[in-house]
Design a protein around this ligand. Structure first.
Ligand code: SF4
Length: 480
């Protein structure tokens, strides 16, 4: 399958949970997942408990494809969790979809996970040696089996013990028959926030845009290393000691998150605007018009144009109805798959020196096609401005960055990338500029930009295909 999304960093999942006795929790979760659809488009699932047992509906597809009104009516209960997923390997059956539901010593449990464990294989082997049975290859199933392994303890304590064993990146929503729990890894690598609905119901979500959708008021972000427990007694919290400095994925601000979300106190749209402002200070160029690549380039395009005092225009239209490009095009047809998503407006471009603002370049294939299309539509000059530093290193925390051998900035110096893409000039935002925009003191992971991996990566085992080419030593070398 050729998919233009492969030329972007891809988020793996979005999670949502609601403790809402008296509410239609399945429908609210459906709307919450719909708001998080940008975080994963390959599968969706909702699990609901009525206090006695857990019902689940999940399948391959978009939220609107997986759930009919009838499906939602069958999911009656007081607590629900939901999940949307993107997978590097492709999801072919409902078995790979989440939430995962199982029974253990304390009763029924459902779990949905965003992130990736760096010691998943090691833990899986240990658990399998002790008799655990696995149905899929997901890290999330490792979590569920670990919870069962510590099943003689109440769920909160089991989760605490799991957090000591697991390494990597995770935000979880977990549901028992009478509790909703939210867990954020000790580095806070993935976002997770808490909201409250007027009647006293609580909501957990990967992004605040999902809280807005279900009319929940933002309460706060879950802290790194925190377990939030929501039940009939209200909301309580437990914490494990931080394992290191906070390391929220900086790409949430660059590309993943929806611009209307606020994560750890920073509004995504404003962060992108400031990235554009910084880029204009670092790389002022003389052009007739600044055009953003929608949607993630919009705010930084405005920031760039305002700071550089240049004319801004939406010269590229995004087709809002294309979720995925399924057909495998020939080389000649690849342009069509770019055009399907991004179509230039000739009147705005014709005869102009154009600065195009995009959020990032991964392999460079889409940028190359885009520059070609802009020229065909009359642009006299095309200057590519990227509102993030070059992506040079793979991510081991659950983001699909492509392998290092496919990352154009890991392979070619700037001038060669510029030449490959066919732009008149190419400018990236510096890492200092990026930190000025988001505020470095907040604590970020920027490993794919600088090779400094904040969460330890054991060599080889359990890291998936990307890691096999890099031993710990090599990771250290990359960081230099
Ligand atoms: S390596 Fe990059 S994509 Fe992965 S968590 Fe860190 S900043 Fe995010």
């Amino acid at each position: 399958m050729f998919d233009e999304r492969l030329d972007k960093m891809e988020e793996e999942c979005g999670v949502f949970g609601i403790y809402g006795p008296g509410n239609d929790v399945a429908s609210l979760t459906y709307y919450g997942l719909f708001a998080l659809q940008h975080r994963g488009q390959e599968s969706a699932g909702i699990a609901v408990t009525n206090g006695n047992h857990i019902k689940i509906h999940k399948n391959v597809g978009l939220v609107t494809e997986v759930f009919s009104e009838e499906d939602l009516k069958k999911l009656k209960g007081d607590i629900a969790i939901g999940h949307v997923q993107y997978s590097t390997t492709g999801i072919t059956s409902a078995l790979d979809a989440q939430p995962i539901v199982c029974s253990y010593l304390q009763g029924n449990i459902a779990l949905a996970h965003n992130g990736s464990l760096t010691n998943a294989k090691e833990l899986r082997n240990k658990l399998a040696n002790n008799g655990s049975v696995f149905q899929s290859s997901t890290d999330s199933e490792v979590f569920v089996n670990l919870i069962a392994h510590y099943g003689q303890n109440p769920i909160e304590e089991s989760l605490m013990k799991c957090m000591i064993d697991v390494k990597g990146s995770y935000s979880l929503v977990v549901m028992t028959e009478n509790k909703l729990l939210g867990v954020r890894d000790p580095y806070g690598n993935r976002p997770l926030c808490i909201g409250k609905i007027g009647d006293g119901s609580y909501v957990l979500a990967s992004e605040s845009c999902a809280l807005d959708t279900v009319d929940a008021e933002f309460v706060r972000d879950v802290d790194p290393g925190e377990i939030v427990v929501i039940d009939k007694n209200g909301i309580n919290s437990m914490r494990i000691l931080p394992k290191g400095k906070k390391a929220l994925c900086i790409f949430e601000y660059i590309y993943f998150a929806r611009p209307d979300s606020t994560i750890d106190g920073i509004n995504v749209n404003y962060a992108r605007y400031l990235m554009g402002c910084e880029l204009a200070k670092e790389s002022p160029i003389d052009v007739d018009v600044v055009v953003p690549v929608p949607d993630s380039g919009n705010a930084s395009g405005i920031g760039y144009a305002e700071t550089a005092k240049l004319h801004f225009s939406q010269g590229i239209l995004k087709n809002r109805y294309v979720a995925r490009t399924f057909i495998k095009p020939t080389q000649a047809l690849r342009e069509i798959s770019v055009r399907l998503k991004l179509n230039p407006i000739k009147r705005i471009l014709e005869g102009k020196r154009v600065a195009v603002v995009d959020d990032s370049i991964v392999r460079g294939t889409t940028s190359k096609k885009l520059v070609e299309i802009l020229r065909k539509n009359g642009a006299k000059e095309v200057h590519l401005l990227i509102s993030s530093p070059p992506v040079k290193f793979p991510c081991y925390y659950g983001i699909d960055t492509s392998e290092r051998t496919e990352l154009i900035a890991a392979l070619k110096p700037l001038k060669e990338i510029e030449k490959y893409i066919g732009a008149d000039s190419l400018h990236y935002l510096s890492q200092e500029g990026l930190y000025k925009a988001v505020g470095k003191s907040k604590g970020f992971c920027s490993a794919c930009l600088d090779g400094n991996y904040p969460i330890p990566i054991p060599s080889g085992e359990g890291l998936g295909k990307n890691c096999l080419e890099m031993s710990n030593d090599k990771v250290g070398n990359h960081a230099k």
